[in-house]
Write a new protein. Structure first.
Length: 166
């Protein structure tokens, strides 16, 4: 009989990166956010539950002035909404390249359904590493500033590293 196993996200080793078109589609902006917490639970039937938290004010695009604007009320409103949250699940049998992690993403105080495409997933008794990607329409979260100057769609890539919970 398989037992439920819970892993805690390693916030130092996990990474959330993104890219978006800018300047009317002529440039690409890339950046990262800090993962501040979360966990992965593998159910006895092989299903997976995930919860993750990202600090909204931790954006790093390599340009401090742009980062300040992104966390402002024009975009993320990080003062009022300090966390970006995801919670979701994948059924037993979800595999890398074919699995979908269905869940809810909360950005700037708005929660919307999202489906993350699973990439590589490796788990053993010592920990787990999973990769996933999703394209987000920022307008669905009420983040509509900078139309034209900032792309509507944002590609997000996640590399989650987790260790067994104590």
């Amino acid at each position: 009989m398989t037992v439920q196993t819970t892993y805690r996200l390693d916030t130092e080793a996990s990474e959330l990166s993104f890219s978006a078109r800018a300047m009317f589609g002529t440039a690409t902006v890339r950046g990262t956010f800090a993962v501040t917490g979360g966990e992965v639970t593998v159910e006895p039937d092989g299903g997976i539950r995930v919860a993750a938290v990202v600090a909204a004010d931790s954006v790093d695009t390599g340009l401090a002035k742009r980062d300040e604007h992104i966390v402002s009320s024009d975009y993320l409103g990080a003062r009022e909404h300090p966390e970006i949250r995801f919670s979701g699940s994948a059924p037993a049998g979800a595999t890398a390249g074919r699995g979908v992690l269905r869940g809810e993403l909360t950005v700037a105080g708005r929660t919307r359904p999202v489906d993350l495409d699973l990439g590589e997933v490796v788990a053993d008794g010592r920990g787990a590493v999973a990769e996933a990607a999703v394209e987000i329409d920022r307008y669905e979260f009420g983040v509509t500033a900078g139309k034209g100057m900032t792309g509507r769609r944002i590609t997000v890539r996640i590399r989650a590293v987790a260790t067994p919970a104590a």
